[in-house]
Design a protein around this ligand. Structure first.
Ligand code: ZN
Length: 292
């Protein structure tokens, strides 16, 4: 049941155990090779996936560098403070409505890409990421799951210095530096997930576990988020929702990311993403002049 979908060299691929299969090749060209286009064919992907054991694999997943399974979504949302424990660790009140920000799609990178830090106040946020399948406007809560293609693992990397550089804080910029959105390693279709609430998001830095919680503890659940967002903007295939991060972020412990740090984020049913941090040049804000 369901399918596991990845991006290999910019081409849509299906995964079965250790192997990947090129979607355009095994469908004899009836399905597109571009991952964004292929995602519009969920039913065909599911059917094709059930035949993989009879097909010739293109290669081993371990031998390739995967790209982001959804490389160019039209929209990419983030949800702030969506776990009570995380809101508490930041001494923030839980919002009565979802706190929504944008992660510019240009920040998305693959599951093993480096993350470029431009200050000493960058932070990790391991998250479940929802991928919209069939789009829509004014989607009812009861129907929302039917509009989800699948889920993947994501890191909502956040430069806290930029996030809190303005008053009130602006989330979009501090969370949208290039490379600040690793996702992957693959999209797992919703019908391949047995118990959605049991999905456990675990983040470690240099082998030290920092975050560990289940999606069941989301304050605003996935159907609520989809219904809310789709009242405002038409959702389309491939749109992403970073659903929020559990407690344990670095800012709450004074443990910001540094050059060479390795972040591993795992959701067992989906897989792991592993991202190394590279400290590059400092960013400067216009207001910095007033400080110096
Ligand atoms: Zn986040």
């Amino acid at each position: 049941m369901g399918y596991r979908f990845a991006n290999v060299d910019g081409r849509a691929a299906l995964i079965h155990r250790d192997h990947y299969y090129d979607v355009a090749t095994i469908s004899n060209g009836s399905l597109p090779s571009d991952p964004m286009d292929a995602l519009r064919h969920a039913a065909e992907l599911s059917t094709l996936s059930s035949t993989l054991t009879e097909r010739k694999a293109a290669g081993l997943v371990a031998d390739v560098v995967l790209g982001p399974p959804v490389p160019r979504p039209q929209k990419s949302f983030g949800i702030g403070l969506n776990y009570a424990d995380h809101a508490a660790e930041g001494s923030m009140q839980v919002s009565v409505n979802p706190l929504v920000f944008t992660k510019f799609p240009s920040c998305l990178v693959g599951p093993t890409a480096d993350v470029e830090l431009r200050s000493d106040f960058c932070d990790y946020e391991g998250e479940l990421v929802v991928v919209i399948g069939s789009g829509g406007k004014d989607i009812p809560v009861d129907d929302a799951w039917h509009h989800v293609a699948g889920v993947t693992v994501g890191q909502d990397i956040s430069d806290r210095a930029v996030q809190f550089a303005a008053n009130p804080p602006h989330f979009d910029l501090g969370k949208s530096f290039d490379t600040f959105g690793p996702i992957g390693p693959m999209l797992v279709s919703t019908d391949a997930i047995v118990d959605f609430g049991a999905l456990r998001v675990v983040t470690s830095v240099n082998g030290e576990e920092r975050q560990n919680d289940t999606v069941a503890n989301l304050i605003f659940d996935v159907p609520t988020l989809i219904a809310y967002l789709s009242q405002i903007t038409t959702l389309v295939t491939g749109d992403l929702i970073f659903t929020g991060t559990p407690a344990g972020v670095g800012a709450a412990q004074g443990k910001f990311l540094a050059d060479g740090d390795v972040i591993v984020t795992t959701i067992d049913e989906i897989g792991s993403i592993c991202n190394s941090c590279v400290r590059v040049s400092d960013h400067h804000s216009p207001g910095d002049r007033r400080i110096t």
